[in-house]
Design a protein around this ligand. Sequence first.
Ligand code: AMP
Length: 282
Amino acid sequence: MLVFKTQDDLKNHLNSISAKTSSLGFVPTMGALHQGHMSLLKQSLTDNDITVISIFVNPTQFNNAGDLDNYPRTLEKDVDIIRQLDASVIIYAPSVEDIYGDHPVATAFDFDGLDKQMEGRHRPGHFDGVGTVVKRLFEIVQPDRAYFGEKDFQQLQIVKKMVQKTGLPVQIVGLDIHRESNGLAMSSRNNRLSALERQQAAMIYQTLQTASRMFPESPIADIKEYVTREFENHDLIKLEYFEIADVDTLEPVAEYLPGKKYRAFIAVFLNDVRLIDTISLN
Ligand code: AMP
């Protein structure tokens, strides 16, 4: 298995194997890998001659120091999981200095408002951090295709916008959410849940499914009231937000317009563990 810790070593290797004349797929992650990440890797392996995965906990996208400190870091285990899938995958696991030099700061982006709602509203600066690291990683790896999960749907739309605005020659591929058997969306943060919490967290997706069944017959206000009530009655899981938004603008809407596409978005806390999920509505 090839595990590169510096961009210089990675670039030298990619040059030596003529990566420029082959198709290169790229899967950016923050590690603590699970089957959701693996589904992105599998698609990249199917579509491309060469696949690179990055494992980097990006400090500039965390608006909460505790969340950054507590984020699971399991590089050895991650390397093993990737080896079991396909030992040809190239791993790039840089230090903060390798990506940012001495100053890990985010650049400010104009995402045409896509960053103003939901995750952007509740995590100030988060998407500038995401845009900064994804742009740097794209410049280093120079992929033909890059794979992102719809689990972070707002991030997926923002990365597409960044690519469109910067003109970087990479195709962004979005893939379905991978779930536990009880419906809980797989997430590295699930590692921080107790067995009981994991079990109870199944109600997040169940609530989204009910919301999606109510749509579009029930008014959006009624759907929001239903979701709010479900969590008011829950002693373990607290609702941060629930929104129904237009998939193109990500603007939360109060009314459904025929012909437009909508998704529901949710963020909750189980103690200090923050989880997000999303479902397509039509
Ligand atoms: P992360 O390591 O959380 O930054 O995620 C890396 C990539 O994996 C992102 O594109 C995520 O959207 C994607 N991802 C995370 N969880 C899942 C999941 N449960 N199903 C599919 N993709 C996922």
